[in-house]
Write a protein of this length. Sequence first.
Lengths: 416, 347
Amino acid sequence: MSDPATLSRDARIAARLNRRYAAERRFKALGFVAVLFSALVLAFLLVTMTANALGGFQRAELRFPIDFASGAMTVDPAQLEGANAMQVLEGAGLKDVVAFAASQSLGDAGAAELPDGAWREVGEALIDDPSRLGGTFQAALPASDDLAAALRKDGQPQLRGLADQLAAQGKLVTAFDWGFLSRGDATGPQDVGIWGALKGSMLTMLVTLLLAFPIGVLAAVYLEEYAPKNRWTDIIEVSINNLAAVPSIIFGLLGLAVFLAIFPNYRSAPLIGGMTLALMTMPVIVISGRNAIKAVPPSIRDAALAVGASRVQTVFHHVLPLALPGILTGTIIGMARALGETAPLLMIGMRAFVASPPDGFTSPATVLPVQIFLWSDEIDRGFVERTSAAIIVLLLFLLVMNGLAIYLRNRFEKRW
Amino acid sequence: MTNKLLTFATVISASALLAACGGAQNSSRDQIRAVGSSTVYPFAKAVADSLAKSNTAIKSPIIESTGTGAGMKLFCSGVGVAFPDIENASRRMKKSEYEDCAKNGVDKIAEIQIGLDGVAFAEAKGGLGIKLTPEDVYKALAANPYGKPNTAKTWKDVNAALPAEPILVYGPPSTSGTRDALKELILTVGCNANAETKALKDSDKDKYEKICTEVRSDGAYVDAGENDNLIVQKLEANPKAIGIFGFSYLEENADKLMGLTMGGIEPTYATISDFSYPGARPLYIYVKVAHLDAIKGLREYVAEWAKSWSKDGLLAKQGMVVAPDAVLANSGRIASEFTLLDPAELK
């Protein structure tokens, strides 16, 4: 006969223990599901984007041979050295030679689908390597937008027969379009490139980093290490925290009202874009920088001061290097947000058609997210794939930028 | 103390120097700048592209798509390299806008009509195929048709001849030029069908405007943003919905969408160019005449427009509706002589 009281107590404990274990398992499972969900969403995004973008990195090309050896065009290769080589080729009738070769190989209907400016690509190839003038050159030129659409079984039905016929002969193929990475914006999906927007993004980010990083770090150092604790610093602290939460479009209005009022001529320039985004990024760097500096143990400062280091030496030799990984994390978050930002840039005129890639910080430019936004609104359906390709380029840029920051962070990371 | 003052002085002089650099740069610009309508934007792009390709000495113009209203504001803010040279407009300049321009010294403007666009009503292939009139659209979409709150839930409530399907229309937001055209060309026309409301125009203009152009906000009219591709997608997903957008989108998506007749007339090139389709509207560019000699390539750019707007030209290929010959002849004359806009003509 066992004691009923003990038994029931044992059973109660066992039941409670089971409940606690069950709760533990439930919590673990929920956490796992959460991770799984985010991984699935990410995978879905990447897979659909990449699948779409594969077409965006390609273009429909017409391939046909051009016989320069037969002497339809007489150009002295030495003339192709100078700056006006293209004019020399134009004067020698390269355009007609290309058009003639196209109609010989593709037929008149096919040659009609060669865009007007396509001969320039042949010209560039000749300038690259003048020896091509002595032989037969295999030209691979972009097809017109209409023919490219017909090849995708899209657009005008009357061209589809021609597209199928040329494709069957191997004269119309979709090929990887290296030019996409080196051209600027254009009107037709066959001619567009991402380089203009990519370069614009790089210049803008450089300005943002050069302004926001030093100002943000110095502000963080001053507030943590030097500022007296009084009402004023409290107000500043609250203001900076609020600034980090301000919607980005407000910074665009600020850029419009302040920067563009001072430099009215730099509308759409990466300089103004970078300055506007720097305003947005700086509070994030200040906040993360302050937290990182606060996390450096006081013993490090005390030790440095004890061996006779000055305040500046303490900060720059000991505190900042130890705080740098944390500061860099904040910088990554801030810069990544700035890279993907469109709203403030719309206000300062970066939502524009800029065909030539920017020459410098002050020439008109657009940036990747704005370019994606502009292309997604295009009428021509060839732009759908180009838009996905631009998104992939943006993601890769983000990856490279973050990778660099993570590399730097790991290099500076110290443990104690 | 002196140290701090010194730092302060350095900062001030540095920013002054920076501003001076900006000032020095202000004296020249080698790229044309155009702002304005998102409807004209693709056409302006095509012309800019074609100019840059045919004339390598000229840098490709910068075209900003700001919407007609915001573009007018920028265009009218002054003369000088800091201000745009051309305004793309999907409606005519308003008198108030011209006055704003003139106040800022922009009184020499050339107005060039480049072509036409239509506000098309469309649905997915295999949709309801309903036949609309401006009156039906007004009754279905106005917030207070003829002064009474809108209670219409289905098309049948609007007009007994239409099917008993719920009203669901995707259209442009209130900032869009297409929305202005919808108001002026369709809603106001439908509104004027009632003599009593029409009489309000003279007695109480504000009330008339409100009754005639305010669109309902109870979910029957869905504001789809400036992205017309989005409307196309929504229509494909829901064949019973109707979309409102520029004619060029209908043209490009002809295999997915079909245009709805308006007053018995289908939206086509022919009906829009002779204005028999009620939703036709002219497109303009406004050129700052004072900039013609100061900005390199501006004359050539305008000439490129004139080259592109004919029947077999570049713009027709892009989906623009070609204007009637008399209009084109007049526009061509303005594009070469830069006749000034007479403010008395504006409303």
